[in-house]
Design a protein. Structure first.
Length: 252
């Protein structure tokens, strides 16, 4: 419907431009319209009719856009086109963003990050920094909101695998190959405290690999929630990193 009003304005603009740029066409149209109106009325009546017609052509499209855009309580708002804004869970996210301060969950024991299953998927994870206070405070709140929504909306418990990452560790991981990371020191948001790698807990154990259908579904939901909160999800990258989120707050 809105597209129709926009098209109407476009057509009126084209007609107005043609009227201004092509005098012969303007004179021909004026002569034809004038002869038609001579059969219907003379003098002031014809002038008033022209004024009313011009007013309607200008006012009706604007009124339609105003109504469709929510200017009237009975109108439909543009927000209705965004399906995510109609999701009850998204209203919950909006409330969280209004100032609720969340507290990081208790840290997992170190041995949780050194099991054989974890080492296969994330080698060198035992040396990762999982201190929430080393990351940007506002970013931490967004990640904790993701954790909260994932638990309350979808029933998944989450854990932080790595937050801040030193330039030295970044280079060390990059040396392992592109299957680990293709970012060197200071090329990752981890060095700025604006990135986090996360995974899920099932029956008290970390589950990282997306090859597990349960985990894959969890990562998909995790990506949706993270993006709702303005974060960038690594699951959309060419080198997919399902557990990674970052906040590009300094980008223009």
């Amino acid at each position: 419907m809105l597209a129709g009003w926009v098209l109407g304005y476009f057509v009126l603009g084209c007609l107005g431009l043609a009227w201004w740029m092509f005098p012969p066409w303007r004179r021909a149209v004026s002569a034809w319209v004038g002869s038609a109106w001579q059969r219907r009325g003379q003098g002031p009546a014809r002038a008033v009719s022209w004024a009313l017609l011009g007013t309607l052509l200008l006012v009706l499209p604007a009124a339609g856009v105003w109504w469709w855009g929510g200017g009237s309580q009975g109108g439909r708002t543009l927000e209705a086109f965004d399906d995510t804004l109609l999701d009850d869970g998204n209203h919950h996210v909006a409330r969280l963003l209004q100032g609720e301060q969340l507290v990081p969950p208790p840290p997992l024991p170190p041995e949780a990050f050194t099991t054989a299953e974890v080492e296969v998927v994330r080698p060198m994870l035992s040396g990762a920094d999982r201190r929430w206070d080393r990351m940007d405070e506002a970013f931490v709140q967004r990640v904790l909101m993701v954790f909260k929504v994932m638990k309350e909306r979808h029933g998944y418990d989450m854990a932080l695998l790595e937050g801040y990452r030193s330039p030295e560790r970044q280079n060390l991981l990059a040396a392992q190959g592109a299957h680990v990371t293709n970012a060197g020191a200071w090329q990752s948001y981890h060095q700025h405290g604006l990135a986090a790698d996360c995974a899920f807990l099932r029956d008290g154990k970390l589950l990282i690999s997306e090859k597990d259908p349960w985990a894959l579904r969890a990562y998909q939901l995790y990506g949706q929630v993270a993006e709702e909160l303005g974060l960038t999800w690594g699951g959309r990258w060419r080198l997919m990193d399902f557990g990674h989120v970052e906040w590009r707050r300094n980008r223009k």
